[in-house]
Write a protein that binds this ligand. Sequence first.
Ligand code: UD1
Ligand code: CA
Length: 447
Amino acid sequence: MATALIILGAGMGTRMNSDLPKVLHQIAGAPMLVHAMKSGAALEPERTVVVAGHGADLVEKAAKAYDSDVTIAIQSEQLGTAHAVNQAREALKGFTGDALVLYGDTPFIRPETLAAMTAARLTHDVVVLGFEAADPGRYGRLIMQDDQLDRIVEFKDATDEERRVTLCNSGVVAADSATLFDLIDAVGNDNAAGEYYLTDIIGIARARGLSATVVRCDEAETLGINSRAELSQAEALFQTHARADAQSDGVTLTAPETVFFAHDTVIGRDTVIEPNVVFGPGVTVESGATIRAFSHLEGCHVSRGAVVGPYARLRPGAELAENVKIGNFVEVKNAQVAEGAKVNHLSYIGDAAIGARSNIGAGTITCNYDGVFKHKTTIGEDAFIGSNTMLVAPVTIGDQAMTGSGSVVTKDVPPGDLAVARARQENKAGFAVRLFEKLKARKAKGS
Ligand code: UD1
Ligand code: CA
């Protein structure tokens, strides 16, 4: 059955106390909206509509960065969840199949749970995702009648007896798309909040002789984020799961509680990750690599057997081939480092290509930026770059070439040549002793 996703994210999120729309606050390096889109992506939706309101431009940009096919529907006034879903009607014109409503601030719904909802749709017209709440608080209550969901009552409108119900509404709903919009047409706003409640569609459906049921999930899955405190709790929850997943995938984490993953981090089997390592978005580490303590990786690829760190920084576009060594206080950005090459100490390698087995001496810097443009440094195979070489790009160092330490290299070095680009050393006989005596004498006179 074809599926369309409707993801609600127009709310202001007042309790975030932020200029940024709530759904763009990040968990594991991705906006919570993207987490919701990723959950829904498991259903391989034919169309995805994000309903945006507050900060719609920014929401659109973030949604399209993840999936360029997404449609943005604008809800300029937040009149309630049914009104929000109704804004997706235009975008779903001509679509036949199921519509699934998700919230952009509810990032942890599992694909398996959505699959269970799809399965329940085979026997019921409307399917709601519910959960047993430890503390039902202000959640909408699911009122059952035998095995049918009879209606949903919002906390504000509930009687004391209804408030004692602990089966709560997550907000996720699935129904045939045409049916959903028909039901929404009948929703009014005569309630305690004066809003158009999406939850009213259940009572309306039942009155029309349609069937409704509940699929239950764990409360943690439906965790919605409303404040910065909840955001950090969600981050912690994500990290706990990511660490456990990495370990069961065969990754050694010496101190798992100190390692932070991004939503899309991929790590191969038998890789070792030492304490205090942070993964930003877009990192792939192959099997059998070692990421040593206090390293920060983002947008990079580390191949089999490579060793990174301690205290290394891999920035976007860093591409390390097999058995590469990147040592302490080395930063690599937009650079391909070929098999077996070593950059062991205190270097900056940016906008560069380093050939296989080359050795980059301590303190070497690719001077890639002239203040306006970025330029490339190319180093061949088996080259030896002396310590503290400044490679002023654009510049090419040939295969098996060398640079003398302390050189400022501004011209290409042909293969096999040695470039020395520094002042020639001069020794002045006995000068140091004479100078010391003069200085000590001056100190004794007290001047
Ligand atoms: C809603 C449900 C409630 C459920 C709870 C779960 C309704 C009426 N109530 O209540 O039964 O237990 O979620 O968290 O549906 N939004 C819009 N436009 C609007 C209103 C809301 O886009 O006009 C979006 C919000 O940005 C948010 C989501 O819809 O992502 C939920 O809205 P919110 O106001 O938080 O609903 P609750 O009152 O929590
Ligand atoms: Ca809410």
